[in-house]
Ligand binder design. Structure first.
Ligand code: NAD
Ligand code: 3PG
Length: 525
């Protein structure tokens, strides 16, 4: 039975789902060293933001198939290291959107009305009505940095509070911003005009210290900054100085450069609200992310695809549904052409034809590469690492699309150059879903792939088929099916044979000695 390690606390419903297919061990609060010790025995790892999945952990996870982040941000996982190891990384892109947006809004309103301090004061038996004069958000400018899922919901609710939304997001169109009732501005204007600034961007090299000394200098002295995205997007030291000097009016932080927050002057400031990374901490969101991610782990352990893999670009559920039958075709053709070309290939041309000539079909290229590398890497190659492995081996992959080829509704043509020269194959699907090899080295054929195959390039002349049949018979190899393809009578031809048995040692060289045979290849599919 598969084993799953759950290293952060998740809703029990997640454990229930995982238990359908695996032994589940919930062990929270482990150190990196402790995880490295035990991870080799696990097939999957499920976590939230507390566990840091380092390169060392990934490399120690020799059986790991999948790492599931019960939440959005995967910045605590070394995704490139996982990708290199062929480990799928999944998250729950939408499971906690509303929770995080509502937390940011709660922070904004709490800041503007001093709710936490007023609460503490009353609980301390005081009645300080004059100390807690607030500001209204109505008709104020809210600067939203990052107009993605959370940012858009914050903007929508804030608009209904009567706020004007200035948004900055270089990857969002003006039309989308208009639809959301936001004014798309540059960062300079957002910093200069906003009364509240709320951050909803991922942590990337571009967003690291987006709010720092220089940018704070451009803001209004009355501005209040809310960060429920990621620690490190604000330079904490610069923020503390600005809050201490009164350069800005306040800040509300749910995320920190170091978590848990250690020694920090932030704790001493009265114009700051701090929460311990609670953005996603609602009952609804925790059920949502746990179900979302546990289901994906369960599916992957059952050999099914994951719906939100962050390291398999383009393989969304819709695309997957459409391409599913063709993925096996592309992989089989990749495997076939690599064996014909001699394994060590330096280039692979992938031509997607007919209805497959669309942008969405990119995963078929990955499937073809996976097939190409499967002889060398066996189960170590998968949809996650195929492209990287090809690049590292110096294989040049060239993709083309040709919508005009319509002999089948969709077909895949591959050409590979390897130690045995350049060879090409084309494959298509019948309406029944069966795979057909429809072309080999530009010779038309129509054969299903089978476990053991023999291909010959020979001179089209009487007697040659009989000789090959007799030779196979003398070695007790049974022929399941046979087909010949040629372009002109008595020119060159190819023969494709499906065999019930593997070719015994020495037989291939006997075949190549038959007069008229130019070349012969055995293939295992
Ligand atoms: N505090 C929490 O508990 C909590 C909960 C959920 C999500 N988050 C964090 O909130 C953030 C937003 O999550 P989301 O689900 O809305 O993500 P999202 O991907 O839907 O949105 C992110 C937006 O940021 C934009 N963006 C990227 N780089 C940018 C840049 N340099 N400048 C401006 N915009 C940029 C993207 O175009 C995108 O629209 C993430 O960092 C996520 O990890 C925190
Ligand atoms: O990226 C996220 O989903 C949030 O930061 C939530 O983190 P958590 O799952 O540790 O609460």
């Amino acid at each position: 039975m598969a084993k799953v390690l759950v290293s952060d606390s998740i809703d029990p419903v997640g454990v229930e789902i995982l238990s359908q297919v695996a032994q589940v061990d919930v062990k929270t609060g482990l150190s990196a060293e402790e995880i490295i010790q035990i991870i080799p025995e696990y097939d999957a790892l499920m976590l939230r933001s507390s566990t840091r999945v380092t390169k060392e952990i990934v490399e120690a996870g020799s059986k790991l198939q999948i790492i599931g982040r019960a939440g959005v941000g995967v910045d605590n996982i070394d995704v490139p290291a996982a990708t290199r190891q062929g480990i799928i990384v999944v998250n729950s892109p939408e499971g906690n959107t509303i929770a995080a947006a509502e937390h940011a809004l709660a922070m904004m309103l709490s800041l503007s009305r001093h709710i936490p301090d007023a609460n503490q004061s009353v609980k301390a038996n005081k009645w300080e009505r004059n100390r807690f004069i607030g500001t209204e958000v109505y008709k104020k400018n809210l600067g939203v940095v990052g107009l993605g899922k959370i940012g858009s919901h914050v903007a929508a609710v804030a608009r209904s509070l009567g706020m004007k939304i200035l948004a900055y997001d270089p990857f969002i169109s003006k039309e989308r911003a208009d639809q959301l009732g936001c004014t798309l501005v540059d960062l300079e204007l957002l910093f200069a005009e906003s009364d509240f600034i709320t951050l909803h961007v991922p942590k990337t090299p571009e967003t690291q210290h987006l709010i720092g000394r220089e940018t704070i200098a451009k803001m209004k002295p009355t501005v209040r900054i809310i960060n429920c995205s990621r620690g490190g997007i604000i330079d904490e030291l610069a923020l503390i100085e600005a809050l201490e000097s009164g350069r800005i009016a306040g800040a509300a932080l749910d995320v920190f450069e170091q978590e848990p927050l250690g020694e920090s002057r932030l704790r001493e400031l009265s114009n700051v609200i701090l929460t311990p990374h609670l953005g996603a901490s609602t009952t609804e969101a925790q059920v949502g992310v746990a179900v979302d991610v546990a289901e994906q782990i369960r599916d992957v352990l059952l050999g099914l695809p994951a719906r939100s893999a962050v390291n398999i670009p383009g393989l969304t559920p819709d695309v997957m549904e459409k391409l599913r039958p063709y993925l096996q075709l592309a992989e089989t053709m990749g495997n076939l052409v690599s064996q014909l070309a001699g394994g060590r290939c330096d280039s692979l041309n992938v031509r997607l034809q007919g209805e497959l000539a669309t942008k969405d079909s990119q995963p078929l290229v990955v499937a073809a590469i996976k097939g190409l590398l499967s002889q060398a890497l066996r189960e170590r190659v998968n949809y996650v690492n195929a492209a990287i492995e090809a690049k590292e081996r110096g294989i040049r992959v060239i993709e083309t699309r040709d919508a005009s080829t319509r002999d089948y509704s969709g077909s895949i043509h591959l050409e590979a150059n390897g130690s045995m020269g350049t060879h090409s194959v084309t494959g298509a699907l019948l309406s029944t879903g069966e795979i057909r090899i429809t072309d080999l080295d530009e010779f038309p054929i129509n054969v299903p792939p089978s476990n053991h195959m023999l291909f010959t390039l020979h001179q089209d002349m009487p007697g040659i088929i009989g000789k090959i049949g007799a030779l196979l018979g003398s070695f007790n190899v049974n022929i399941a099916s046979m087909q010949v393809g040629r372009k002109i009578i008595r020119g060159d031809a190819v023969m494709a044979l499906s065999l019930d048995d593997p070719l015994p040692e020495g037989l291939l060289s006997e075949i190549t000695k038959v007069p008229g045979i130019r070349d012969a290849y055995t293939v295992k599919l």
